[in-house]
Design a protein around this ligand. Structure first.
Ligand code: NAD
Length: 428
């Protein structure tokens, strides 16, 4: 078997163009007026900041950060914050626009945004990470806020980073207004205003989608297998939650490499190992395999939960699964999708499948604004209903209009945006 690299490493990849192509397809189906399509085709605001950070060795290093505010028709801008060495303007634009579609699809009163800082967080100490987060928050200044733009975790960031962001923002406003600013960010630790169930929310939503798919296809999940690319927040919680349904993860991988386990990984142990060691590398409970062997592993479900542009034509040919549930944003490129479609492998698309994260972020925001703390049962029940409703709506539109679930998800989102645009008109 020839060894593959991610399609993104093989040639330049235009993620924003891929998302724009989905938008154009859905636009035609919805009959969206040209001026609304033009407004949605580009973000409203693109903020790029450069800021200095003192490193542990006493020297200063400059960092480049982005916050792209795509649209706020339905509510405040909302979207994750990524710390990764490959962060680029176009990728963040793509991810920001996907947040607009995701929130509209889920019926959440938010617009779409995304942000990022271009560096490798694995190379920095905790203190350095804190200073990067605080200086980035300071550089964003009044461009974020509980009713303006609300960041959340994404690749390379976590609840601790959200708390540093919150603390910095709270300390930059007057004393009397301080506590009203807690809702500036979601995905915080419970102790600092986070919501029960937020850490597993994206994966929980994904698992609800998988369960709905299994129900509709009379597919018994008990005793089935999954392969998961990425063992961070989304991948590891997906493995844990699937294990509860009797689905074992038999291969996984991250930035350090890939591994298989014929009897299935112990998701708790692997998660613990990764949180201590930073990657799956060296984990004794699995056998190292190549990237191609990972993609070629025969299993029932494939969950991409790493980065965009991981499933190209080559990977789509290798995959030997019955279902793809997209935990990551944009994991499948256009060539990959065409081949999967020809091969009849269904995809639960990202803006539906991973929308549990922003849905529970919304619950966190509502709790913060009302000084409430909901229990896990309440969060779980609300999320389950939201995911099942959205899944049902997307699949219904897909069947009725004979379009893929991905385009159907865009259609549902665009129809909601279209109505709001038409009712409000264009100012002045
Ligand atoms: P994370 O940083 O916790 O985990 C990312 C994982 O991807 C890590 O295991 C990392 O090693 C792996 N990875 C990085 N580069 C890789 C490569 N080249 N090949 C293989 N694996 C690689 O991030 P996360 O929050 O779990 O996010 C994963 C995906 O899910 C992203 O696409 C993100 O946008 C999407 N997502 C996350 C959330 C959320 O709530 N965190 C919500 C919706 C969507």
């Amino acid at each position: 078997m020839s060894e593959s690299v991610a399609p993104s490493e093989a040639h330049a990849y235009d993620f924003f163009e891929v998302v724009s192509a989905y938008l154009r397809k859905a636009t035609d189906i919805v009959g969206l007026p040209a001026h609304i399509q033009a407004m949605l085709a580009q973000p409203k605001n693109e903020l790029i900041v450069h800021f200095p950070v003192r490193m542990d060795n006493g020297k200063f290093r400059m960092f480049k950060g982005y916050r792209i505010q795509h649209n706020n028709l339905l509510g405040p801008y909302k979207g994750g914050l990524r710390f990764h060495q490959d962060v680029s303007l176009d990728d963040v634009k793509a991810l920001a626009s996907m947040m607009t579609w995701k929130c509209a699809l889920m019926g959440i009163p938010y617009g779409g945004a995304k942000g990022g800082v271009k560096f490798n967080p694995r190379e920095l100490s905790q203190d350095e990470l804190m200073r990067v987060t605080r200086r980035f928050t300071h550089a964003l200044g009044n461009n974020i806020g509980p009713h303006l733009d609300i960041p959340a975790p994404d690749v390379g960031t976590n609840s601790q980073i959200m708390v540093w962001l919150m603390d910095t923002f709270m300390n930059s406003v007057g004393t009397s207004a301080k506590n009203a600013q807690r809702a500036v960010v979601t995905g915080k630790t419970i102790e600092c205003g986070g919501s029960a169930g937020r850490n597993k929310a994206t994966s929980q939503g994904l698992v609800h989608c998988v369960t709905e798919w299994a129900k509709a296809n009379r597919f018994d999940l008990e005793g089935k297998t999954a392969i998961i690319q990425g063992f961070g927040n989304v991948g590891s919680f997906a493995a844990l939650l699937l294990a509860k349904l009797g689905v074992s993860t038999i291969a996984t991988g991250d930035h350090s490499g890939y591994m298989s386990s014929t009897e299935g990984f112990n998701a708790h142990k692997l998660r613990e190992y990764v949180s201590k060691n930073g990657s799956i590398d060296g984990y004794a409970g699995g056998t190292p395999i190549s990237r191609d062997e990972f993609f070629g592993t025969k299993a029932d479900i494939f969950i991409p939960a790493a980065l965009e542009n991981q499933i190209g034509a080559h990977e789509a040919q290798l995959l030997d699964v019955k279902l793809i549930a997209e935990g990551a944003n944009g994991p499948t490129n256009l060539d990959g999708e065409r081949i999967l479609d020809e091969r009849g492998i269904p995809i639960i698309p990202d803006i539906l499948c991973n929308s549990g994260g922003v849905t529970v972020s919304y619950y966190e925001w509502v709790q913060n604004l009302n000084s409430e703390a909901w229990d896990l049962e309440k969060v779980d029940a609300k999320l389950e209903k939201a995911m099942k409703d959205a899944y049902g709506r997307v699949m219904q539109v897909s069947r009725d209009r004979n379009i893929t679930p991905r385009i159907a998800a865009y259609v549902v989102a665009l129809e909601r945006l279209n109505v709001a645009f038409s009712q409000r008109g264009i100012f002045p």
